[in-house]
Design a binder for this molecule. Structure first.
Ligand code: SF4
Length: 335
């Protein structure tokens, strides 16, 4: 993980500078989270509190698994956990360290560096399943106490954790690639019993959240783009009643390259055509898209809730739409 430029904070937490953080600094291009929800890429800490632990072994995952390295470990249980307050302090320090490298960069506006040194948002995602960290709710509270917002991205296998959070994240993401038990067992490859049933419990819980919720579907061409799959997703969406649905193309990156093919990535126009079909089946209008990230947004509300200040220098257009654009950067961080 260190070779892949993950930075460890404590014993089980990682932070990594994402592709868009870099682009935001050098040429003012921010990711779709900025376009949709106002999250400033250069002030966003991308982290995971459970670097090695997860209850799934999804085919599209970037994560290096113990089996890839011939290491014998239980991926389903974190054997230790660090204090959330110390973690948040150290995560902010790590982000500042990463961003201070831009000082003196000829393409970077010093005002942006100042802003970047004061992170405004924390995304719990990256790698591993964050709900396996037993002090998740306390961690989120610590981040909010510092005036920052949070996105929590989960595969939804821990409805017990989500149901008992003292503090909700600013936005909750539940990732779905499968539409029924058979497709779940095939693609999402659970490491624990009843994982599909637990996912359904999470979907049932989602309407009780007061913060905005998202069903995030990673579109894997040739796997979950059929009419049967889309009708299956529509049924799940009826249960979860999310505020938003994001459909985003799978990207052929990291360890997933050993399990899937480049052809499983969808071009943006294809993602959009799938989005329109899903819109028809769910009744959610398509209200946004980001060509560069190959993602579309369906929404139950006319305007997405802006949780950040938005892009300071505005979104540059036209957005890049070729993989070649990404060649100058570590592929494992491409969102
Ligand atoms: S749930 Fe996330 S971290 Fe776990 S295997 Fe699937 S994609 Fe990877």
């Amino acid at each position: 993980m260190v070779k892949q430029k993950y930075h460890f904070v404590g014993r089980h937490t990682v932070v990594k500078k994402c592709y868009w953080t870099h682009r935001a600094m050098v040429d003012g291009r921010h990711c779709y989270k900025c376009k949709f929800y106002g999250i400033e890429s250069h002030r966003d800490i991308q982290m995971s509190p459970s670097a090695f632990w997860c209850w799934n072994a999804c085919m599209h995952c970037w994560r290096i698994r113990p089996q890839d390295l011939g290491v014998d470990m239980d991926e389903t249980k974190m054997p230790f956990y660090d204090d959330p307050k110390i973690l948040v302090d150290e995560l902010i320090k790590a982000h500042r360290r990463l961003m201070s490298g831009y000082k003196g960069h000829p393409k970077v506006d010093p005002k942006l560096i100042e802003e970047a040194l004061n992170p405004a948002h924390l995304t719990l995602s990256l790698t591993g399943e964050p709900t396996l960290y037993p002090l998740l709710s306390e961690l989120i509270k610590e981040v909010h106490r510092r005036g920052m917002t949070t996105f929590l991205v989960t595969r939804g296998v821990r409805p017990d954790v989500l149901a008992n959070m003292d503090e909700e994240p600013s936005q909750l993401y539940v990732s779905l690639e499968a539409w029924d038990k058979k497709s779940y067992d095939y693609f999402t490859r659970p490491l624990v019993p009843r994982a599909w049933e637990l996912t359904l419990e999470t979907l049932e819980l989602m309407p009780s959240f007061t913060s905005p919720t998202v069903i995030r579907i990673t579109l894997v061409k040739g796997f979950n783009d059929s009419d049967e799959a889309l009708r299956g997703f529509a049924k799940l969406i009826e249960i979860a009643k999310p505020t938003y649905i994001e459909v985003k193309s799978y990207m052929w990156l990291g360890s997933s390259r050993y399990r899937l093919f480049k052809d499983n990535m969808a071009e943006h126009e294809y993602v959009k055509s799938v989005g329109f079909k899903l819109s028809e089946y769910t009744g959610y209008p398509l209200i946004g898209e980001s060509r560069a990230s190959r993602v579309i947004l369906l929404s139950s509300i006319p305007e997405p809730i802006r949780l950040g200040k938005g892009c300071p220098l505005g979104l540059k257009t036209p957005e890049p739409d070729t993989i070649g654009e990404y060649d100058d950067y570590d592929p494992d961080t491409m969102p």
